[in-house]
Design a protein around this ligand. Sequence first.
Ligand code: SF4
Ligand code: MG
Length: 319
Amino acid sequence: MLEIRGLKTHFATDAGWLHAVDGVDLTVNRGETVCVVGESGCGKSVTAMSVLKLLPMPPGRIAAGQILWQGRDLVTLPESEMRRIRAKQIAIVFQEPMTSLNPVYTVGQQIAEVLRLQEGLNRSDAMDRAVEMLRLVNIPTPERRVRDYPHQFSGGMRQRVMIAMALSCNPQLLIADEPTTALDVTIQAQILELLAELKARLGMSILLITHAMGVVAEVAQRVIVMYAGKVIEEATVEQLFANPRHPYTQGLIRSIPRIDLAATHKVRLEAIAGTVPKLINPPEGCRFAPRCKYASAACTAETPMLREIEPGHKVACIL
Ligand code: SF4
Ligand code: MG
């Protein structure tokens, strides 16, 4: 359904072009949940924003590649068509729902506005659908809540409202960029559960962006691991957790807290030392090399290509 090929997204900075996304391939099939995981600054959000063409351009620009949505290349699509796709086909929810909701309108007015604009519903039909949408995302007493303002909802409930709004025009793909990061853990789990439930009911695909491997384990079918603007490993969730091959992925998995061992063992969580490299004129070779305990001279000589090592499992590491 979505096929990104060789995407490069650059930003103009005073120090030169920042290669935020540097040759990313990514596919989302119908009905599939794909997670993009990596530390902040690795290009996950920029990839998502490139798909929707929501990047500030300039300073951002899609320098190369194709973003095929049901066979049409979004990179070259005019903004008027893009707007229709954003509203009705590919929807997005962000990390901080408070900044995406308008504080001076009720949540019902905001959802209804989308429906009036996009589906041409009249005021009262749109309001009825808004109530239905709030019910869909399990907000109690939706007939009453529809008249409340964003500040009258808790963080978790606000994220439900955002999901309701995103789904109001029946998109085929929902992009969720760190949808639970601002929430506390129990609420996080409820939102992830809600997404899984909605996906099963509505049959949409989900592209979920997260820095947390725990979230990946919870919801993903397929996983794309990004590092410094590149995809460094891709696998099914089972392959990735049973047999992570890239040293960076191995580090991410070791950084997940193990509740099962915590009671009986003193387990030290491992952090990956160092930080993501600067992406202005990045050097040749593996970008993880400065942080990799297996790095050798061969690693910096040329950039490792993403290679398939078993069906569905690709890794970019010379080892
Ligand atoms: Fe480490 Fe070399 Fe593999 Fe990069 S290519 S992850 S530096 S072993
Ligand atoms: Mg981000």
